[in-house]
Design a protein around this ligand. Sequence first.
Ligand code: SAM
Ligand code: SF4
Length: 334
Amino acid sequence: MVTMHDSSGRHIHYLRISVTDRCNLRCRYCMPETGVSFIPHEDVLSYEEIVRLAGIAASLGVDRIRLTGGEPLVRKGLPSLVSALKSVKGIRFVGLTTNGILLGEQAHALKDAGLDAVNISIDTLDADRYTANTRRPELARALAGLDAALAAGIGSVKVNCVLSPDSLPDDWLAVAGLAKRYPADVRFIEWMPLAGEQRPEGRADEARAMIQDTYGQLEPAASESDGGPARLSSLPGFLGKIGFIEAMSRAFCDRCNRLRLTAAGDLKLCLFYDVGVALKPLLRSGADDAIIRAAIEQAIAVKPRAHQGVQLRREAAASEPVIASVRGMYQTGG
Ligand code: SAM
Ligand code: SF4
């Protein structure tokens, strides 16, 4: 089996693919309410192009894929993409990150297509606050999506909750409580300033303390079985684990194993840098697999060693290949 390492010696084997920059929510920390200019449809990679790139990445040692967005389930026929990716030689895992709203309708088809895992983003269980945070009154459908994913028997179901600067401890406690009722890990993700905001203090320690005060001692548990970056703990009487993804307060760059493919076909090497390679021009100009493979290898060679929690744009990487600047997670693919 081929394995791929970057110049810092990290084993790179995980590809996150954004299938769209469109979304049925407008989360305040991710996307503006209005005035968003979406990638024109013809500039979004087709499923055939995505599957071809996945095959080339797999030939370089990528064995895990996660589909994301924007909201991946707003793109038509996502189960067909899942099943095509599951058939790519070398791909052992295909997961999905979603806000869950359309999972009620699609969970069974996704399971039948071979989806291995789903992460559902729910930041609060308070309907009014959910509506205020996401600018859409969709909490009930997101929770129905969680039920549907579990009922469909998708192998791993997790909940993601972002610790944004204005999120409230009451919300964290309620969302943590989902892991008591459901066999689903709940992971708290430190908010990252990806649109040029001020670098915040990470809030994982604050959330950890609140959760312990309410639910009891968090006991360190084994790391995520799918190689995810969360530090997991168990709580007495809980079916799922509680995890923290401390991208700001304890960055895990030394363990970073991932690449990101944007919906427009840019291979991005780190959330905080513009360094990468535009693969769509190669795909659409008839480049053969060997040329695309070489472009990916060259890009990986300049994968940034670490981020400092602030956006480092072209000036900081003048000698390196650059791709289009992006301003929010919905554009990069979270
Ligand atoms: N729409 C899907 C969803 O919300 O799960 C997939 C895309 S979304 C960009 C992926 C994840 O990124 C979500 O869990 C979301 O909460 C998180 N996210 C968005 N902006 C973020 C930021 N600035 N810092 C940390 N996480 C962020
Ligand atoms: Fe949409 Fe996900 Fe961004 Fe919310 S976090 S606006 S659901 S892409």
